[in-house]
Design a protein around this ligand. Structure first.
Ligand SMILES: [Zn+2]
Length: 234
């Protein structure tokens, strides 16, 4: 069932592991078939290089198992994935990582400021969720409000949740989040005051230029850029 989605989950998980975005088998990946109300989600704690299509479980929006994975259960974070799909009818994939620099800001409970233009590709904003222990209903509930405001949610003392359309685009967004977090962090380390943030008007102009030049960009990200205002201070 849903073999094509399962294959894309495996490819994304392997790519995330290889790029260093999801180390030590951390992180989880899902896609939804909205018409059938089914979620395909990565299995818990398997070596990503050995995962096969039969290992990928399918669950319902209630969390019921529709199709078991051959060797392992669905990721323990499935309630958070379900909550993300309930909150955002416009998304079709969810990726959760513990990527290093972005998680530093999640630990501190501080948004990642848009200091370079790569922020455009995930919608400029990042929103911080309240603390919840991994795998709990509290953690799942914590992402609801942040996801109403952004595609990128920083999970307090834990990691990052990124939502989007095609899972390949969502993976790219997760990589951009990590890249911007690293540059922002290093800019802070240089000292001499807080790093300059790119103003909202600049992202507006960038959006117009990319549209005029037919540069492909995430449509939701482009929409979200509208009306963005950089908060003061760090
Ligand atoms: Zn996690």
């Amino acid at each position: 069932m849903l073999e094509d989605l399962k294959l894309r989950i495996i490819r994304s998980a392997v790519a995330a592991e290889q790029s260093g975005l999801c180390r030590q088998r951390s992180g989880n990946f899902s896609m939804i078939d909205r018409e059938r109300g089914l979620i395909v989600i990565s299995p818990s704690a398997l070596d990503r290089n050995t995962i096969e299509i039969d290992d990928i479980p399918v669950i319902s929006m209630n969390g019921d198992i529709v199709e078991k994975g051959k060797r392992a259960r669905a990721s323990t974070e499935y309630p958070m994935h379900i909550k993300a799909y309930e909150t955002r009818a416009d998304i079709s994939s969810v990726i959760h990582t513990h990527s290093e620099y972005a998680t530093v800001f999640a630990v501190k409970g501080k948004p990642i400021k848009p200091v370079v233009f790569e922020a455009f590709f995930y919608g400029v904003r990042t929103a911080v969720a309240k603390y919840g222990r991994p795998g709990t209903a509290r953690l799942a509930e914590s992402v609801v409000d942040p996801l109403r405001d952004a595609d990128v949610c920083l999970l307090k003392n834990h990691g990052v949740l990124v939502v989007g359309g095609a899972i390949e685009e969502t993976l790219l967004k997760a990589q951009y989040v990590e890249d911007v977090a690293k540059l922002y962090y290093l800019s802070i380390c240089l000292g001499n005051g807080a790093p300059d943030v790119i103003p909202a008007e600049e992202f507006e102009l960038y959006k117009e230029e990319t549209a005029r030049n037919n540069i492909p960009s995430n449509s939701r990200a482009a929409e979200q850029t509208a009306g963005y205002a950089c908060p003061d201070g760090y």
